[in-house]
Write a protein that binds this ligand. Structure first.
Ligand code: PGA
Length: 254
């Protein structure tokens, strides 16, 4: 049985003061949600404040990116060693990092292996563009991303690794994918690749999230699908009520 995971990706939003306020607003509602793992991924600058606020709660903290190096002459980077002080998770290979900062599967793979080596749980993002979707090659593209990003990764248990399937055309557009389409896609194009790399048992135990325009109105549809183990939420994680509502929608589905 896979525990649902509802993760908020704040992207480039919120100062420390704003982060403190937003988390404080969410906290009472999120605490009431049982049987669901809840995760907040603020920007780097707010990680310390948010992790302090969430200490002694059942809500986890994650970063949105990192480098694979531990330390040294890498100006402007943040390492797994540094994140491990505050975070349990790190989002890697988000489509915005791929599109705007040139991240390739090779780079993402290095980051995934570095995260695991420091006991940070990577949330590895994969997804096809609109063009690739319309050309009918989504499954091929995403299978390859999964294979390349996870190559050589050695998670010690199924809860150490999460995949987020986020079709690029669904992110921030208000145009979510269909729940049954995503369910079939995960079953046919994602879990078999993970099984090939890490074994069938691992692929059945590992969580796969959906991301792309998830909101309180559509979240339940996704969570009721057998293959979808939660959501990576962008825009709707920036408002306390909508994020709590989404987390509540994941309650009792398993
Ligand atoms: P969105 O973003 O929920 O705003 O579509 C999701 C994501 O980028 O992870």
């Amino acid at each position: 049985m896979r525990t649902p995971l509802v993760a908020g990706n704040w992207k480039l939003n919120k100062t420390v003061i704003e982060a403190y306020k937003l988390v404080s607003e969410m906290l009472p509602g999120l605490r009431m949600v049982r049987g669901v793992e809840k995760l907040i991924c603020p920007p780097f600058t707010a990680l310390m404040a948010v992790s302090r606020l969430l200490k002694d709660t059942d809500i986890s903290v994650g970063a949105q990116n990192m480098t694979w190096e531990e330390q040294g002459a890498f100006t402007g980077e943040i390492s797994p060693l540094m994140l491990a002080e505050f975070c349990q998770y790190v989002i890697l290979g988000h489509s915005e990092r791929r599109a705007y900062y040139g991240e390739t599967d090779v780079i993402i793979n290095r980051k995934v292996r570095a995260a695991l080596a420091h006991e940070l749980r990577p949330i590895v993002c994969v997804g096809e563009t609109l063009e690739q979707n319309e050309a009918g090659i989504a499954a091929e593209v995403v299978s390859q991303q999964v294979r390349d990003c996870l190559q050589g990764a050695e998670p010690t248990s199924t809860d150490q690794l999460v995949i987020a399937y986020e079709p690029v055309w669904a992110i921030g557009t208000g145009r979510a994918a269909t729940a049954d389409g995503v369910n079939t896609f995960i079953r046919n194009a994602i879990r078999p690749v993970v099984a090939g790399l890490l074994g069938e048992g691992f692929s059945q135990g590992m969580r796969v999230l959906y991301g792309g325009s998830v909101n309180p109105g559509n979240a339940g549809e996704f969570f009721r699908e057998a293959e979808i183990d939660g959501a990576l939420v962008g825009g709707a994680s920036l408002k306390a009520k909508s994020f709590v509502d989404i987390a509540e929608a994941a309650q009792g589905v398993r």
